[in-house]
Design a protein around this ligand. Sequence first.
Ligand code: C2E
Ligand code: MG
Ligand code: MG
Ligand code: MG
Length: 279
Amino acid sequence: QAKARGRNGYRFYAPAMSGDGELRLRMEALLRRAIDKDEIHLAYQPQVEIDSGRLIGVEALLRWNSPELGQVAPSSFIPLAEDTGFIGQLGQWVLQEACRQMVAWEARGLAVPKIAVNLSVRQFERGGMAAAVAGVLQDTGLAPQRLQLEVTESVIMNTGDALQYVNDLHAVGVCLAIDDFGTGYSSLAYLKQLPVQTLKIDRSFIKDIPQDPDDEAIAIAIIQLGKSMNLSVIAEGVEREDQAAFLLRHGCNLAQGYLYGKPLAHGEILARWGVEQNA
Ligand code: C2E
Ligand code: MG
Ligand code: MG
Ligand code: MG
């Protein structure tokens, strides 16, 4: 309690605080209760092979539907959860729920190859993620290689012991992806040391393909980099056929984006990719 009060003063004056401070405090209080009140859930966005349309995985994306505030975007409540330390609990819930859902789909006849879960900097920098992840895998019975953890370049570059933490996660057997690749400042020498398997080309580079030659050049460079480092490369934010055709032409056969599906409810994933559909 004392600790929570002690943090209030800091939060109130925190420069990172955006917009209305009172709204922020209110949102924080509501968010802390959101798990228990069943206001949050995961949406699942398909990741596909472009040429075959085959489902290769889903990305779990957090949703908060607050009776008081309405649908709140992750871009506003996740930074809040990070600032207030609540992200630990929230992140743990996401991990548990994502792995549980994979097993539940399988019981209904749909083996989704992989689920991607986003890790926030506050979860990652604390260390101990590997133990938490191992615990959740043990609890749910999901095979480690079917869980992919996504960290952004900036998370890795801003965490002192990142290499150690990534190695620890790798030892648990989970897959690792670098999210929003191209927007951070990773040094390639450093990247080379990390046991990651996947680069996700940030949506901002995909958005204006094929109109913008610079974005095209960046996308091609990332695809080539992935190839030469033996990493798989997936494009984020693919919305149109011309973007998909460009990617395919340049050797990237994996995509995620509205063209293939918006983030969906678990039942919608089942309805679209479940046994009946494949039979
Ligand atoms: P992200 O991990 O890069 O996730 C991709 C975001 O792009 C998602 O936004 C997704 O809905 C959106 N997106 C996917 N395809 C398209 C497309 O074709 N066009 C457009 N315009 N957008 C597309 P969302 O769900 O709002 O999430 C935003 C960010 O919030 C995520 O970016 C991620 O950084 C963070 N986030 C979401 N869920 C979690 C979570 O459980 N934990 C943590 N730490 N962060 C999360
Ligand atoms: Mg992500
Ligand atoms: Mg991303
Ligand atoms: Mg992105």
